[in-house]
Design a protein around this ligand. Sequence first.
Ligand code: NAG
Length: 655
Amino acid sequence: MASQRSQPLFVALLLLLAASSSDAASSPEADVLLQFKATLSDPTNALKSWDATKSNPCANWAGVICDNDGKVSGLRLEEMSLSGALSDIGLLDGLPGLRTLSFIKNSFEGPMPEVAKLQSLRALFLSSNKFTGVIPENAFEGMSWLKKLYLSDNDFSGPIPMSIAGLPKLLELGLDRNRFSGMIPPLKLNDMKLLNLSNNNLEGSIPESMKNMKPAIFAGNKGLCGKPLQAACQSAESIEKPVPAAPSTLSNQQPVVIAAVAIFIITGLIAVVFLMPRQRHGADDDQLSQPLSTSKSSSKEEPCTEKKLEEGTAGSECGSTRGRKPSASPGGGKDHDHARLIFVRQGRERFELQDLLKSSAEVLGTGHFGCAYRASLSTGHSMVVKRFRDMNRVGKEDFEEHMRRLGRLSHTNLLPLVAYYYRKDEKLLVTDYVAKKSLAHALHGSRAAVKSTAALDWPTRLKIVRGIAKGLNYLYEELQMLSTPHGHLKAANVLLSDSFEPLLADYALVPVMNQTPAQQFMISFKSPESKQEGKTTKKSDVWSLGILILEILTSKIPTTVSPQGKEAVDLPAWVSSVAEEEWTSKVLDPEMKAGNNSEGEIIKLLKIGLACCEENFEKRCELEEVLDKLEELKEEGSSAAEAKTGDDLSLVDIN
Ligand SMILES: *[C@@H]1O[C@H](CO)[C@@H](O)[C@H](O)[C@H]1NC(C)=O
């Protein structure tokens, strides 16, 4: 009985097998190709042969290349008048043997297709199409087999994405005839057989490692300078002279060194601008030849404290201008309306850049984007001048509009932008000076600097967290069009007033920062969604807030701020790895000196911080929820500051 029953099943199976081997269209590879074809526009019917009724894609489908095992290994769809956006290129993931893709000379358009979904690709040719826009930084991430990449003759713009520099096997790279801008990233050149960067808008000095390449590779980029081109890099050269070791290290050490050199160049520019007021009017060119008088700043003990806090490195780039040789570098004073500050805030004392620079300039710190200085006006009022170099994302008009937008913002917990100064390759942002320095300094600076050990007790820390969240929420309300209204929330960008009211600084700069440095250094780009999916969302700032809350409660430096720092800790992972009962003894900063009765509240805040650090941004709480939860927290027992004799009365809440 059993055998009789199984017979029909057996026959059915046989039929099924026969069907699948004779009908190619139902083979998975043919299906994939037909699905892909359906996403293309093919006005000349060039893919007519891609037909469900034709037996084998390897035998007679146009442009399909197969390997010896009958698997599709390549598509060569060149000059077929095809169009569309290739937004479903990920479908080709269903072709496990796919190695080569060529769409040369068609009319494909839209942003860079998501080719990183095809991780086994060896060669990709997108040349001579109509692709546009900025390529996401991680567009080629994980393509560890890619040997040839041609994006030539499209309309791509923005920086060359860093993920290209990270391709381990790349041999040929064609980026010519686009509108790529910014500096040339540190490409791995060891095995590079062909490189073409010509006819773009690239700028800055050509990396030392490329100085022996053919000049034609770089032709047609007006802003590039240095060998092998004729145009020497003026500012960089005059700065590099006193440091003969710098050029030879450039080639090997990639981003760190590039960043260091960039800072060095910035330093030179600083010297230039800070010199201007010391000069009599007239000979512009001579202004550059003047050595920086040994300024007060360079005799300060720690000219770049913030820098040290941020990166765990002991560098004082801001002070290093001192060693600059008084070498002439002609032609530098190209911009003649240099001294014009544009005020974006009503009812503020007006002054000129010269007024600021006449006074002694004290270096406050240096970050990835430039240095900050304190300058005192004749009225005794101090201002902070922050210098940015990588702020060329948008043109002058858009930049100015954004600055005006920031000038309209007003909130207790925001450091107001007062004025700005625009020049093509550098921007100065002028804000008020806040005496207490940054939260990073208060948390991680030498404890002696924070006068009272009671300064950062629990009520104060709670107040700081609440203030930060309120300031952030205000940004969310006022700058709804920005995907990350703050974008760079970290302890070094939170200043503390005399009464420990936090003031957010360096907010809302993502829209004007150059993409590459922004993605490298800005905190919202360190969020899980940015790392995994290459995007930031409204919740990326919530994540930054979470990290900051954990930092405030533990006084540990987070890895997001100091990736290489010896003392840096992956805070969410570390806190979650410790059992909750042990949080008080192991995780919390002992200097918080909480009374027993407030411990419960502290733990609640720690949990809020962890919730903000939820990896999945969709599950992560909204900022409003965080605000509500923060409001529910209690200070409980009296503040240690209040209980003290009163030499620190300013700590008692005054708002
Ligand atoms: C580089 O691209 C340009 C067009 O921008 C082209 O004329 C030149 O032949 C290319 N060079 C190489 C070596 O492919």
